[in-house]
Design a protein around this ligand. Structure first.
Ligand code: ADP
Length: 627
């Protein structure tokens, strides 16, 4: 049987109870109606027979004498009977079985009946009842008397009784419905509270509980629900605590931040005396001790409990519950709580997770510090070596120029000296790039800004490269507008040298190199385009990282992979950006932007008197320039 879906349990209960009531009422009503019907018909039947007997008694003498006068009397008797209440038809049949006297004759009534029907009672299909009686004179049958009683009065009695019954049962149904509703509310009310509390918990109000009292089944359910909610709340609290400390702890340990809040929260969550992360190695200092309470007497007990433990273990020592978790290497995490009960399974899980988090964070912090130190040593080394190389290189360059002047009349000698100077210049540029890298990583990079126009710088660069790389055709494509801003002239020259130098380096001779400059909003965009070997998309992703060299450059073109790194850092220090567009075999375009500022140009700064801080160098920064 499928019932229509009623979402509410309360209404379902009410519907079921009402249906049961209606069913019982209908059955009892049918039974009662039937009994009443039978009873009334029985009475009618008795009356019909009694009336027939009376009629038969009255018909004895008229039938016995059987004269016209007597028959008339008989007819009067019959007629008087039909006036009696409920009689719809009466007849007397003579000895031949044919009608001797009758009330208005119904067309379908038999005019003659077999006289041997001694006595018969028939309930006619329309509910009428008829009674027959034998007319006999001292044992001699003379005929039959017949009375038909109408059942309409019985029917109307039955109908009014039925109507009354139905009315009463209807009122009963309303009362029953109301009572059932109240009972349903009484029984299911706690379920509604339960649902409300469950919904509140689902929406994050984890401390919601159901009031429960007594020992009823409902109170048992409420207690079970409250227990479940408490366990859930605690578990969620623990998990959120672990999730929150996961990113906090590494940061706290690494940046010399304060790990105390996380440790304090751990102790609060698990009600412990404190935490310790120690090394089993006697010589090593404990990595960490944190006490949540003033009295650290638990240390000794906790340290003793770590003896020989190889897996997370919870033990009881004196009046302390101790949990020991061996973590990384020979380190061990320990925590303790006052009390005579072990840490619960759930708590052991939380402590173990936290122990690993603390251990990994502390270990990472140590590794990070060691790595930072190594990086610092490397930077220091690079910086010292670069400085030390720079001084002799400057001298060699000076001597090469002197030799060049000395051999002015000797073409071979002058060429050798010029070669020496070029190679020294190349070495100096590499050393300068290395020095720049160390400055960037130490955060010692400063710009000497001055108000300037970019146009002459671009034109100078083009002129310079036309001279040193005459096999390339250098095209200048500049907008007519002014490109003024506050920039570091030497550093921008370094950027142009790197980008145009790369275009020359990575293009076959005879190619065209275009230097373009356009205004875009409040910036100028400078693009260096070549028709060289191009760059794969994989290389493009890493080009601007330090020491990165593209695959296509192979072994034939030399370099350290620093030029683009230094270029990007200089452009970014100016507040600009740099990007590359390229396809292998189709050339490359490097475009960098610089923010423009309007205003008059100032006379160039006198470097020797400038008090703007500049990286400590013994030689002029202009030494970085030139191919
Ligand atoms: P280096 O030229 O010393 O290798 P860079 O930092 O200047 O270092 O350039 C990094 C890499 O970018 C180069 O090794 C080269 O593969 C690629 N590259 C730079 N400029 C171009 C260019 N114009 N065409 C093709 N490849 C280039």
């Amino acid at each position: 049987v499928t019932f229509p879906a009623i979402p509410s349990l309360r209404w379902r209960l009410v519907a079921i109870m009402c249906m049961a009531y209606i069913l019982v009422a209908a059955v009892t009503e049918v039974v009662a109606y039937r009994a009443q019907y039978d009873n009334l018909h029985h009475q009618l039947d008795s009356r019909a027979r009694a009336d027939a007997i009376i009629l038969a008694a009255g018909a004895v003498s008229p039938l016995a004498s059987n004269t016209a006068g007597t028959l008339k009397t008989l007819r009067d008797v019959v007629t008087s009977l039909t006036r009696a209440q409920g009689v719809s038809y009466a007849a007397v049949y003579g000895g031949d079985g044919c009608t001797a006297a009758a009330t208005s004759f119904p067309p379908q009534a038999p005019r003659c009946v077999p006289i041997n029907i001694a006595r018969r009672i028939v309930v006619r299909p329309n509910g009428d009842v008829e009674g027959w009686a034998l007319v006999a004179n001292i044992g001699t049958p003379l005929g039959l008397a017949r009375v038909v009683l109408s059942s309409s009065s019985v029917q109307s009695d039955l109908n009014s009784a039925l109507f009354q019954d139905l009315l009463l049962r209807g009122i009963g149904l309303v009362i029953f419905f109301t009572l059932t509703l109240l009972i349903a509310q009484y029984i299911l009310g706690p379920l509604t509270d339960l649902a409300r509390a469950a919904r509140a918990i689902r929406h994050g109000r984890l401390s919601t509980r159901i009031p429960s009292s007594g020992h009823t089944e409902v109170a048992t359910v409420a207690d079970a629900f409250n227990d479940m909610a408490s366990a859930l709340e605690q578990r969620i609290r623990h998990l959120s605590f672990l999730a929150a400390t996961a990113p906090d702890l590494p940061a706290a340990f690494r940046d010399d931040g304060d790990a105390a809040p996380a440790l304090q929260e751990f102790c609060r969550q698990l009600d412990t005396c404190g935490v310790g992360l120690l090394s089993r190695d006697e010589e090593e200092q404990p990595h960490l001790w944190y006490d949540a309470r003033a009295d650290p007497t638990w240390h000794a007990v906790a340290i003793a409990a770590t003896e020989g433990v190889t897996a997370p273990t919870a033990v009881l020592r004196g009046n302390l519950a101790v949990m020991v978790v061996p973590v990384l290497g020979d380190a061990v995490f320990v925590t303790a709580r006052d009390g005579a009960a072990l840490f619960a399974q759930e708590e052991q899980q939380v402590i173990t997770n936290f122990a690993y988090q603390v251990a990994v964070a502390a270990d990472n912090a140590r590794l990070f510090a060691a790595q930072q130190e190594a990086l610092q040593v490397k930077d220091q080394f690079l910086s010292i070596v670069s400085h030390e190389l720079r001084t002799p290189l400057t001298s060699i360059k000076g001597y090469a120029q002197m030799v060049q002047r000395k051999y002015a009349g000797d073409p071979d000698g002058a060429r050798y000296a010029a070669n020496i100077e070029n190679q020294v210049e190349r070495l100096k540029r590499l050393v300068d790039d290395l020095l720049d890298v160390t400055r960037f990583s130490r955060g010692q990079f400063d710009l000497r800004r001055q108000r300037m126009d970019l146009r002459p710088l671009l034109e100078d660069a083009a002129t310079r490269f036309r001279m040193v790389a005459p096999e390339y055709s250098l095209v200048l494509d500049l907008d007519q507008e002014a490109f003024t801003g506050e920039w570091d002239r030497d550093r921008l020259e370094q950027v142009l040298n790197n980008l145009i130098g790369n275009a020359v380096k990575y293009s076959p001779p005879g190619g065209t190199i275009t230097i373009g400059a356009r205004r875009r909003h409040d910036s100028v965009v400078v693009a260096i385009r070549d028709q060289g070997i191009g760059i794969s998309s994989e290389d493009q992703r890493h080009l601007f990282e330090r020491f990165y060299r593209g695959n296509a450059s192979g072994g034939s073109v030399t370099g350290l992979g620093l030029g683009l790194y230094v270029t990007r850092r200089i452009v970014e220090a100016h507040g600009g950006t740099i990007e590359v567009h390229s396809r292998p075999g189709e050339g490359s375009e490097f475009a960098f932007s610089l923010p423009l500022t309007a205003g008059p140009l100032l006379p160039p700064l006198d470097h020797s008197t400038s008090d703007v801080p500049y990286p400590t160098e013994q030689t002029s920064p202009s030494g970085r320039q030139g191919l």
